[in-house]
Design a protein around this ligand. Structure first.
Ligand code: C2G
Length: 133
């Protein structure tokens, strides 16, 4: 059977257990995991704030997760189709906060949404740190 490439995307700011679990579960769906890490500009456009860690730092962290085979910077949400084709991905994985949003790519790859890990988020971690200072 041909080997399967999985692609997923995220900001992965203030890297936490929800991030490592989604990467492990994504990798388990295929043979090779490629991860698009949102650029600082894309993150600002999506969330209205700069990430705590820069795109170079986030890229380095994600690249060093055991389940991850390759990383690249995701510059724009609109380029998903190009990224899937460029990396020859067979499966696109997204967290279920994106449920349905990328179904239009199912003509070129399988699209899978995984449930988020409950009760952990970058925003909550930042709020907890700010509140405890
Ligand atoms: N995640 C999770 N459980 C959490 C938090 C995050 O499973 N408690 C998953 C998200 O569903 C996503 C990945 O971890 O699959 C990265 O999360 P974010 O950094 O919040 O990703 P986001 O900013 O939504 O970027 O092109 C789409 C974007 O790049 C996705």
């Amino acid at each position: 059977m041909a080997s399967k490439t999985v692609i997923t995307f995220g900001t992965f700011d203030v890297f936490h257990v929800g991030h490592v679990r989604v990467l492990n579960r994504s990798a388990a769906l295929g043979d090779r995991l490629v991860v698009g890490v949102s650029s600082d500009n894309l993150n600002f456009a999506k969330k209205g704030r700069n990430p705590v860690f820069s795109q170079d730092e986030r890229l380095e962290i994600v690249a060093n997760v055991k389940a991850v085979d390759a990383v690249f910077i995701e510059e724009s949400l609109e380029q998903k189709r190009d990224y899937v084709l460029e990396h020859k991905a067979d499966i696109l994985v997204m967290g279920d906060d994106w449920q349905g949003k990328f179904d239009f790519l199912s003509d070129i790859c399988q699209v899978v949404y995984l449930p988020r890990t409950p009760s952990v988020s970058t925003t909550a971690i930042i709020e907890q740190i700010v509140g405890s200072s």
